[in-house]
Design a protein. Structure first.
Length: 253
């Protein structure tokens, strides 16, 4: 009888400790919060590619629907990409710079290069003259063969660039950002992609490559002053980004 009580007591203590540890990890992002995020990102990404057929999240479809509606308003500039683009209030950033332009944010959290290819019609609808593009890091996170992943992203970039420039849209390819220490195994592939993107830009006079890493990741690692999770940017990171591109946003080439 006493043994059963001890077992019951230990079970209650275990459950209580598990609850408290769970609260600490989720609320205060204590260890092993980042390790769990890495595991989830690598093995359970929100957007996956299955036999070259894109399978998108519900968020993707909700955002595409909003973008299709917003595109009726017409814009001067479109920012196109994944969560790094999605999380920024681009219109406010440049209104603060007192630049008289209309800007659409067509970033979608979790998006891939294939996802961008599939929503190009919405970009045309805006009648924008400039598109600032950054995409690819989610492709690299999801790929088991990263070298092939770089080639696949680059093929989609060529499709995107050709489609946009054929519509007389100036394309500003913003370098894929290096990630921080927690994901640094990806950075050699990020670098390989950026080298290909620089070559692509040189082949088309309507395309310009902008190296954001020189300001945000000068040591080939995302500066930890600009990110709390080694991927996404804080306000200071976006300030640097805006400073690097504002001349291209407002001026004609």
């Amino acid at each position: 009888m006493l043994g059963n009580r001890v077992i019951l007591f230990l079970l209650v203590v275990f459950l209580l400790l598990s609850f408290l540890v769970g609260m600490l990890v989720t609320h205060y992002q204590a260890f092993p919060y980042q390790q769990i995020k890495i595991f989830k990102q690598r093995f359970f990404p929100e957007v996956t590619l299955i036999q070259n057929t894109a399978v998108y999240s519900n968020y993707y479809y909700r955002q595409v629907s909003q973008h299709q509606y917003l595109a009726n308003n017409k814009y001067d500039v479109v920012f196109l990409g994944d969560s790094l683009t999605d999380e920024a209030d681009w219109q406010s950033f440049f209104s603060h710079q007192q630049l008289p332009i209309t800007i659409a944010n067509f970033g979608i959290m979790g998006d891939t290069s294939a996802g961008v290819v599939d929503r190009l019609e919405t970009i045309y609808k805006t009648e924008a003259k400039k598109v600032f593009l950054m995409i690819g890091i989610n492709d690299l996170f999801q790929g088991k063969n990263h070298e092939k992943g770089v080639d696949d992203v680059f093929k989609n970039y060529r499709t995107i660039v050709e489609a946009l420039t054929n519509k007389n849209i100036e394309v500003y390819i913003q370098s894929c950002l290096f990630v921080g220490p927690a994901y640094q195994y990806l950075n050699k592939h990020v670098n390989a992609l950026n080298l290909k993107l620089q070559t692509l830009a040189k082949q088309n006079s309507a395309v310009l490559y902008i190296d954001l890493n020189k300001g945000l990741a000068s040591s080939s690692l995302l500066n930890t002053d600009y990110s709390s999770d080694d991927i996404h940017l804080n306000a200071e990171g976006y300030r640097v980004w805006v400073d690097l591109i504002k001349g291209y946003v407002v001026n004609s080439r």
